[in-house]
Write a protein that binds this ligand. Structure first.
Ligand code: GLA
Length: 376
C-alpha cells in the first residue's frame, strides 16, 4: 500500500474516526551541489516519488496525538507549548520540533516510503509533511514553501542537533515532479529545471546505512566556516578558484574549500547541460563531483566509490554517477538515457553487492515524473 493509503487507514485504526485530510511530501535526491548549501552556494536537487504521508484530524483536547505507522504504531502525545528538545533525536523529535509553540488539538498518522539511512531526506520529508498537516488541521492555509522549509530546518538544528543547510527542506517543499530545482541557498530563489525527455535518473542504495554522521557533518561545516573566516568573507560562495589558489590555509581546510568552490561552478555547468540536453556534459560534472567529494571533501566510503565506478563504467560517456547526500554511505545518483536503464541495472546486478547483504535496491525518476517507481 502506498504511504497515502497507509496513513489514511492507520489514522482510522488508531483514532477510530476518519481523518479530515492527508498530505504528502516527497524525499529528494541531489543531482549535484553537495555540501555547498551551508556555504550559501547553488544546489540542484530533485524530488522523488517516495515520501511521507500524514493524515490529520482534530483532537478534543489541547494535545498533539501522533501514531507512527512505520515504527510499530508507536505513539506520542504532547502539549506543544510545554515541550523542549531532550534525548537522542528520533521521529518524535521532528514532529515535536514542527509542532512546538503552536496550538494543539490535532491528531496525526504518519507513513513513509523513503528507505531509512539512505540520505534521501526522510527527515526533511517528515518535517514538511507534518508542518503542512498541522497547518491544515488548524484551519490555516498551507504554508509557503520557503516558510515551511525554514521551519523544518529549525527543527533539524534545534531538535536533532544537525546543523544542516536548507537544500533538503527547500527541495521537499518546492520541488516539482520531473524537474530538478535550482536553489540559490543565499537568497532562497529557486528555478524549476525540467529533466529533458528521454533522460532517466537512477537512485541506487549502496547498502551502507548512514549512521553517526552528525559529528562528521558538523565538523565539515566548521572547516568551511574556518576557511571563510580566514579568507575574510561571509561564506565560501564569495570565493573563486583564483582567490583560493593564493590563500594560505591549513591543508585540510584548503581541500574542503576547494571542493566547495569547484562544486558551485559544477552546478552551473550542470544546469546548462540539462537546459541544453547535453548528457555527456552532465555526466562529466557528475563524475568530477564524485571525485571531489571523495578526494577533497572526504565524505565518501569505499563501497560507495565502487558502486559509482560500476555505474560509470556501465553508463559510459552519455551520463554519469556520483554519491548523493551528506556522504558516509547512503545512495548514489546516476543520470543516463532512459533506454539504457535496464542494461545499466543488469550490469549493476552482475557487478555490485551491497556490503550489508541486502538485495540491490534502486528507483527511477523520469522526465514526466509520473513514471517513477521502486525496484528492489
Ligand atoms: C545533508 C544536509 C544538507 C546538505 C547535504 C550535503 O543532506 O541535510 O543540508 O548539506 O547533506 O550536500
Amino acid at each position: 500500500m502506498d504511504p497515502f493509503a497507509r496513513a489514511h487507514a492507520g489514522f482510522c485504526a488508531a483514532f477510530g474516526t476518519e481523518p479530515v485530510g492527508t498530505v504528502f511530501a516527497p524525499g529528494r535526491v541531489n543531482l549535484i551541489g553537495e555540501h555547498v548549501d551551508y556555504n550559501d552556494g547553488l544546489v540542484l536537487p530533485m524530488p522523488l516519488a517516495v515520501g511521507t504521508a500524514v493524515a490529520y484530524g482534530p483532537a478534543d483536547n489541547a494535545a498533539v496525538e501522533v501514531v507512527a505507522l512505520d515504527f510499530d504504531q508507536a505513539r506520542d502525545r504532547f502539549v506543544p507549548h510545554a515541550v523542549a528538545p531532550h534525548g537522542p533525536a528520533d521521529w518524535r523529535s521532528y514532529v515535536r520540533g514542527m509542532a512546538c509553540g503552536a496550538p494543539g488539538g490535532v491528531r496525526l498518522a504518519i507513513a513513509g516510503s523513503i528507505p531509512r539511512g539512505s540520505g534521501l531526506s526522510s527527515s526533511a520529508s517528515l518535517c514538511v509533511a507534518v508542518g503542512r498537516a498541522l497547518a491544515l488541521a488548524r484551519g490555516e492555509a498551507e504554508p509557503a514553501p520557503r516558510a515551511i522549509a525554514l521551519a523544518a530546518q529549525r527543527a533539524e538544528h534545534e531538535w536533532a542537533g544537525v546543523r544542516c543547510g536548507i537544500m533538503d527542506q527547500m527541495a521537499v517543499a518546492a520541488g516539482q515532479d520531473g524537474h530538478a530545482l535550482l536553489i540559490d541557498c543565499r537568497t532562497l530563489d529557486t528555478r524549476q529545471v525540467p529533466l529533458p525527455q528521454g533522460w532517466a535518473v537512477l537512485v541506487v542504495q549502496s547498502g551502507v546505512v548512514r549512521g553517526l554522521v552528525d559529528g562528521h557533518y558538523n565538523a565539515r561545516r566548521a572547516d568551511c566556516e574556518a576557511a571563510a573566516q580566514a579568507l575574510g568573507v561571509v561564506s565560501l560562495r564569495d570565493v573563486d578558484a583564483a582567490r583560493l589558489a593564493t590563500a594560505r590555509l591549513d591543508p585540510q581546510i584548503a581541500r574542503s574549500a576547494a571542493h566547495v568552490v569547484s562544486e558551485i561552478a559544477r552546478v552551473e555547468t550542470a544546469v546548462a547541460a540539462l537546459e541544453g540536453g547535453d548528457l555527456a556534459a552532465l555526466g562529466a560534472v557528475l563524475r568530477a563531483s564524485h571525485a571531489s567529494l571523495r578526494d577533497l571533501f572526504e565524505v565518501s566510503v569505499p563501497p560507495v566509490d565502487r558502486l559509482v565506478d560500476v555505474l560509470n563504467a556501465a553508463i559510459g560517456k552519455q551520463g554519469g554517477a556520483r554519491m548523493t547526500g551528506g556522504g558516509f554511505g547512503g545512495a548514489v545518483v546516476a543520470v543516463m538515457a532512459a533506454t539504457e536503464v535496464e542494461r545499466v541495472r543488469s550490469a549493476l546486478e552482475a557487478n555490485y553487492q551491497p556490503p550489508d547483504g541486502s538485495a540491490l535496491s534502486s528507483m527511477i525518476e523520469r522526465a514526466s515524473g509520473t513514471a517513477a517507481g521502486m525496484h528492489a
